[in-house]
Design a binder for this molecule. Structure first.
Ligand SMILES: [Zn+2]
Length: 251
């Protein structure tokens, strides 16, 4: 599902689900993914539930691996304090060693009643926010296209991906090298133009993340990296310290 869509095939006129009106209910809208031909329709426009766009017609579904398919985007903006979000600071906090064995649970609303707002913290939260708005929108201190490399923002990365960025990647070809403790991914999803190398120093962390990606080879893999040229054309490398830098997008 998507929280925004386009009124036209050229993806110039954006419509946010939260601004849709009753008259929009039977209109066909275009998927935010420029490569996806899905016909989207607004759902829950006049109910109390949050409105969103869905490919409701079986003949016009999202393409395989479209990141706006069912349940992939589920961002609740009201749960977070946008004014305190500084992208580089949030990224820095993901570059920490984590206990490889521990499954991380991030339950945000554990004090019942009032929900205390904080800025986005996890890679999943940042990713979902990035997918909830067009790449030219600003969230916190930055434009979304400067935070994430995906099919939509590819035009902003003509020479590659450098510095602190989230990459929406997939598995293509050789996935890992145990000797080098490296994992290989490609992005953006459609063009697969760039190669990405995840480099580990900790064996245990390497194995846990390798296995998780191996078991989800057909899914979208999101990586927070500090990317540098790897020495090979169109290939970029980052160190991975722990599980906080990676999330698998499951439907
Ligand atoms: Zn789509």
């Amino acid at each position: 599902m998507a929280t925004y869509a386009y009124k036209d095939a050229n993806r110039k006129n954006v419509i946010y689900a939260s601004n849709a009106v009753k008259e929009d209910r039977n209109k066909r809208f275009y998927c935010p993914n420029p490569n996806c031909a899905a016909h989207l329709y607004i759902c829950a426009v006049d109910g109390s539930k949050k409105a969103y766009f869905r490919a409701t017609r079986k003949e016009f579904p999202h393409i395989p691996m479209c990141s706006f398919g069912p349940k992939t985007v589920d961002f609740e903006p009201n749960q977070f304090d946008e004014s305190k979000f500084v992208f580089d600071n949030a990224m820095d906090k993901l570059f920490v060693e984590t206990d490889a064995q521990k499954v991380q649970k991030t339950s945000e609303n554990n004090n019942q009643g009032t929900v205390k707002q904080h800025p986005l913290r996890t890679i999943k939260q940042i990713y979902q926010m990035c997918k909830s708005k067009p790449v030219t929108d600003v969230y916190g201190d930055k434009e979304i296209g400067s935070m994430i490399l995906d099919d939509r923002s590819e035009y902003r990365y003509p020479k590659g991906c450098f510095g602190s960025r989230i990459v929406e990647a997939i598995v293509k070809g050789k996935l890992y090298d145990n000797g080098k403790k490296q994992i290989y991914l490609s992005a953006p999803v459609n063009s697969k133009k760039y190669s990405f190398v995840l480099e580990f120093s900790d064996e245990k962390t390497y194995r846990v993340i390798r296995d998780e990606i191996y078991n989800n080879k057909d899914k979208i893999i999101v990586v927070a990296g500090k990317w540098e040229p790897s020495g090979i054309y169109n290939s970029f490398i980052t160190k991975v310290y722990g599980r906080k830098q990676i999330t698998v997008i499951k439907e």
